[in-house]
Ligand binder design. Structure first.
Ligand code: PMV
Length: 321
């Protein structure tokens, strides 16, 4: 019986992943770039033992059905690689508030890939871990490496992996995450990826992605905040245009979401270095230079519809604890 624990940060995408060319392997239609979110993490413990079935608890609640199946499919890949048959007990906790609208699947599957492979006696390379995490949730591939990360679409399963393009200390950015109330039930990203191709705008978005990736990568490497803010807002708006025009349409924004967009652009025009981006939800990630984070957090808290603000600097790699 072997027990191992690992932890991983969630990440925020600057150039978004939306749509798969292979839904089962989670091979994306385009590359993406993100930053890990320091201080927020999922910690997962995996024990292989003699029980008859895999089991899963998240924040001390037993999970069955589809959630457990998704975890078991990753454990199956690990069992195959390690040539073992034991079932596993998986228990996972998030240190960020449940329902805060932080996509937890990236941190969860990155921590699961690391903890389960170690518990099975495997020592996988960063690329192998990224690939394994990708099978649970595409964006989880980006929560394995450290800092600023690019997930290359690759030519297939073997090379569709994420790697670090700059360490956390490269650029002192902070993500101020404005939590707005989203009372409607949102469509999960797995279903969202599956209908991305129904939008007439998706092909144009995908074709133009190499250009946006190059711009974004360069703005990070050169630490050019103004250009960075422009490209992340543009990319987020492009992805949400696809979402809104897919069939069925996905409208993740709330009135407060749009209110924050206007405020952020006005603040930037008046000299405050800020830029927004939104994943598959209503909450707005407002990126800024860390020296301005207190001011940005204060201003966000004063906006209508903002219920809370979480603050995260650039995070490191997934690690065994
Ligand atoms: O990894 P998934 O299937 O949860 O998809 C993530 C999709 C977005 O968060 C909207 C974009 C991204 O690149 O993280």
């Amino acid at each position: 019986m072997t027990t191992k624990t690992a932890q991983a940060n969630p990440n925020i995408a600057f150039i978004k992943y939306w749509g798969n060319r292979d839904n089962n392997l989670r091979l994306p239609v385009n590359g993406s770039i993100s930053m890990n979110l320091d201080g927020l993490f999922t910690r997962t413990t995996v024990t292989f033992n003699s029980s008859k079935q895999d089991s899963l608890t998240i924040n001390d609640h037993a999970v069955l059905g589809k959630g457990l199946e998704r975890v078991s499919s990753i454990l199956d890949l690990v069992r195959e690689m390690a040539n073992i048959n034991e079932r596993a007990e998986v228990s996972s906790t998030n240190n960020f508030p449940a329902g805060a609208g932080i996509a937890s699947s990236a941190a969860a599957f990155a921590a699961l890939a690391l903890a389960s492979s170690h518990a099975a006696g495997l020592t996988l390379s960063e690329a192998q871990l990224s690939r394994l995490a990708r099978r649970g949730s595409g964006s989880a591939s980006r929560s394995i490496p450290s800092g600023f990360v690019e997930w290359k679409m690759g030519t297939g399963d073997d090379d569709s992996v994420a790697e670090s393009i700059a360490p956390p200390e490269h650029w002192d950015l902070t993500d101020c995450i404005a939590i707005v109330n989203a009372s409607h039930k949102k469509t999960g990203s797995t279903e969202g990826h599956a209908i991305a191709g129904t939008s007439p705008l998706q092909n144009a978005r995908v074709e133009d992605t190499p250009r946006r990736l190059d711009i974004c990568r360069n703005t990070i490497l050169k630490k050019d905040f103004e250009a960075f803010a422009n490209i992340i807002e543009h990319d987020s708006d492009v992805m949400h245009s696809v979402m809104m025009t897919s069939n069925p349409p996905l409208m993740y924004w709330q009135a407060a979401t749009v209110g924050i967009f206007h405020a952020v652009r006005e603040w930037r025009a008046n000299g405050l270095p800020v830029g927004y981006t939104v994943d598959a939800g209503a909450n707005v990630h407002v990126l800024c230079l860390t020296e301005k984070a207190k001011e940005v957090e204060k201003r966000l808290r004063e906006l209508p519809g903002v219920e809370n603000v979480l603050v995260a600097k650039v995070g490191g790699a997934a690690q065994v604890v």
